[in-house]
Each structure stands twice: as structure tokens, then as C-alpha cells.
Write a protein of this length. Structure first.
Length: 74
């Protein structure tokens, strides 16, 4: 997927899923942070240029696509 399209898809998903939390949705901070990392999982680790590597290492979940690729797990 072209990089511009990838970023556009993530931006659209962010708007739909993260920003537009429904009035009836009671999402706590843990769920909100998990959703944020889930949305970012569409990016490679190298594309997460505004996130400190130590935060990625500490908080990103091991079931994301880029984590599996960077750790040779399929």
C-alpha cells in the first residue's frame, strides 16, 4: 500500500474509532490506550517517528503486524 494511502486510512480509522466515541460508549483509559496502539499497528515501527522507541518497546502489543515482522514471528 502506498504510504500516503496508509496514513490516510489510519487517519480515517482514528477519526471513526478513537475521536468519535459514541455517547453510549463508556471507554476507560486502558481501552482508549489499547485502541490507540491498535490503530498505530498499521504502521511500521520506523514510521512511528513521533513516538519514542522506549514507549513502543514498552507499550506496543506483541500481536501487531510490525512487531511480528520485526521479531520474525508469523
Amino acid at each position: 500500500m502506498h504510504l500516503d494511502r496508509k496514513f490516510l486510512k489510519i487517519a480515517n480509522d482514528f477519526e471513526k474509532k478513537f475521536v468519535n466515541q459514541g455517547l453510549d460508549e463508556n471507554r476507560d483509559i486502558e481501552k482508549t490506550l489499547d485502541l490507540g496502539w491498535e490503530l498505530l499497528s498499521g504502521l511500521s515501527e520506523a514510521e512511528m517517528t513521533r513516538i519514542k522507541p522506549e514507549f513502543i518497546a514498552k507499550y506496543a502489543r506483541a500481536d501487531t503486524q510490525w512487531w511480528k515482522k520485526s521479531h520474525d514471528m508469523r
